[in-house]
Design a protein around this ligand. Structure first.
Ligand code: OGA
Ligand code: MN
Length: 290
C-alpha cells in the first residue's frame, strides 16, 4: 500500500491521506486498514473519501456486523427517524431539514461524553462516521482514550475498580438529551439497559480500558446512589484529562473510525443551523464486554 500515515497524538490515533476506497473493489485495502486502525489504538482518520452510502456500508462490513443490517438488530427505536430511508445500516447526524420540514438526521447528536450504544448487552465496537458536509469552523468531535486513562490510574484504584460493574441505560440520555415527544417509551422497557464491567479488556489488544460514560451510565451496581455518584464523578473528571484527548477538526469527506470499546467521544455543538453539518454513520456491533 502506498499512502501517507501520520500519528495524531503520542498515545493514539493515526491519519491517512492518498488512498481512494472507491477503487478498492476487492476489499484488500479495507482489510489492511482494519489492522492500521487497531495498531493506532482504534482511532483512524482517512481524508478525502468521496464514498456513496453503499460504499461506506461495504467498507464498514470489514469491521464486523452492522446495527440495522436486515439480519442484525437495529439501534433503539427513538433514533429510527434518523436512519437513512434507503439504507437501514446508516444513522444520520444533521442540523438540516428536508423540503417537508423533516429532520435529515439527529441534530446535536452526542453532545455529551459517551461510547456509542453502551446501553446494549453487545455495544458498538467501531463507529465509522463520514463527514459529508461540515461547517467552516466548529462542529469538532473530541475523542478520549480510555485505555490510557485506565493505565494512568494508581494500582490501588485499579484494584478497587476491578470487581465493579455499572449499569448503562438509554433512559439516562433519553430523559436529558432528547425532546420528550421524540422518545419512544418502549426503548425504556429493558432492551436498552445493560450491566457491564467498569474496566473492560479489549478482545484483540488485551489492553484494559475504563468503560463508563456520563451519557449512558446510570449507576454502579450494588452501591448507594451517592456512593455511586462520587466514584463515577471522579472517573468522569479523570478520564477526560487533556493528555487523553484528540480533538478532530473535520474536513469535508473525512472518514473517521473510532473504537467505542476503548474511546469515548463528544460532539461540540458550536455551530448554527445556517452552517450545514451532515454526517452518515455505520455502527459495528461488538461483543459482550468482559
Ligand atoms: C456519533 C456522534 C459525533 C459528531 O455519530 O456517534 O456522537 O461529531 N456524533 O457528530
Ligand atoms: Mn456517538
Amino acid at each position: 500500500m502506498d499512502y501517507e500515515l501520520h500519528s495524531l497524538t503520542p498515545g493514539f490515533g493515526a491519519e491517512i491521506s492518498g488512498i481512494d476506497l472507491t477503487a478498492d473493489a476487492g476489499g484488500n485495502l479495507a482489510a489492511d486498514l482494519v489492522g492500521v486502525w487497531r495498531d493506532a489504538g482504534g482511532m483512524l482518520v482517512i481524508h478525502d473519501q468521496d464514498l456513496s452510502s453503499e460504499q461506506h456500508i461495504a467498507f464498514s462490513r470489514h469491521f464486523g456486523p452492522l446495527f440495522g443490517d436486515p439480519n442484525e438488530v437495529p439501534l433503539q427505536d427513538t433514533v429510527s427517524r434518523y436512519i437513512h430511508p434507503d439504507f437501514p445500516e446508516i444513522y444520520r447526524v444533521s442540523n438540516q431539514v428536508d423540503a417537508d420540514g423533516e429532520p435529515t438526521g439527529r441534530k446535536g447528536a452526542g453532545t455529551y461524553w459517551h461510547s456509542d450504544v453502551s446501553f446494549r448487552d453487545r455495544p458498538a465496537q467501531a463507529s465509522i462516521l463520514h463527514g459529508k458536509r461540515v461547517p467552516p469552523t466548529g462542529g469538532d468531535t473530541i475523542f478520549a482514550n480510555q485505555a490510557a486513562a485506565y493505565e494512568a490510574l494508581s494500582d490501588s484504584m485499579k484494584e478497587m475498580l476491578a470487581p465493579l460493574q455499572a449499569w448503562h441505560d438509554f433512559e439516562v440520555a433519553a430523559r436529558t438529551q432528547y425532546a420528550k415527544p421524540v422518545v419512544v417509551e418502549d426503548d425504556m422497557a429493558g432492551a436498552n439497559r445493560a450491566l457491564h464491567p467498569i474496566v473492560r479488556t479489549h478482545p484483540e489488544s488485551g489492553r484494559k480500558s475504563l468503560f463508563v460514560n456520563p451519557g449512558f451510565t446510570s449507576h454502579i451496581d450494588g452501591f448507594a446512589g451517592d456512593e455511586s455518584a462520587a466514584i463515577l464523578g471522579f472517573l468522569y473528571d479523570y478520564c477526560i484529562r487533556p493528555e487523553f484527548l484528540y480533538r478532530h477538526r473535520w474536513r469535508e469527506k473525512d472518514l473517521v473510525i473510532w473504537d467505542n470499546r476503548a474511546i469515548m467521544h463528544f460532539a461540540v455543538m458550536n455551530y448554527t443551523d445556517d452552517q450545514p453539518r451532515y454526517m452518515e454513520r455505520c455502527t459495528v456491533i461488538g461483543e459482550r464486554p468482559v
